[in-house]
Every structure is written in structure tokens, then in C-alpha cells.
Design a protein around this ligand. Structure first.
Ligand code: ZN
Length: 101
């Protein structure tokens, strides 16, 4: 059985929204970015202002999407960084407070 990483390891690995998005990307598309609508392998990360919202774009079907589209995290106003911590705490033996604010 895999041992659970410490809270410190988890926090240092996922300490920005971008780090969480990139990790989720690797889980979702382990062989490289794919379009969630047409499955094209030409999908890519958007640049400029859209990059700040971590948007992806497919040149084949012109669809724009985020890494969470079609997942339980879609439409959540809670950033992934908070979800990751919450999931860590739920999975942790130590039941620490789930308050973030
Ligand atoms: Zn597409």
C-alpha cells in the first residue's frame, strides 16, 4: 500500500492553482492534451489573458474548455488548489479542520 504524502509535501507540490491544473492535466491526458469534444490531439493551451484562466483550445472544432470540464469539479467556483487540499484532508488519517478562509 502506498503511504500518504505528508501535508507539507502536498502543500509544496500544489501551492499554486497552476501546479494543480498541470497535475490534473497529466491525470486527465497522460499521453498529451486532447480535445474533450472531438478528441483531437491538436488541442493546446491558450495564451495571453486566456492562459490566466487555464483555458484550452481545439483548432479542429474550435472548442474552448478547461481541464475540469465534464468532471465533478466543473462549474465549481472553488479553485482546484482548495479541492486538492480538501481531498488530501478527507483522505488523511488526521481529521484536520476543513476551513480555508
Ligand atoms: Zn475539438
Amino acid at each position: 500500500m502506498k503511504t500518504q504524502p505528508s501535508l507539507l509535501e502536498t502543500v509544496s507540490k500544489f501551492n499554486t492553482e497552476e501546479m494543480c491544473v498541470r497535475h490534473f492535466e497529466k491525470i486527465r491526458w497522460p499521453k498529451g492534451l486532447r480535445c474533450v469534444r472531438c478528441d483531437s490531439d491538436k488541442a493546446r493551451r491558450m495564451t495571453g489573458e486566456a492562459a490566466k484562466r487555464f483555458l484550452y483550445w481545439c483548432p479542429d472544432c474550435r472548442y474552448q474548455y478547461t481541464v475540469t470540464v465534464g468532471t465533478i469539479f466543473h462549474d465549481s467556483k472553488i479553485p482546484l488548489i482548495k479541492w486538492f487540499l480538501a481531498i488530501y484532508m478527507i483522505c488523511s488519517e488526521r481529521k484536520e479542520s476543513l476551513r480555508f478562509n
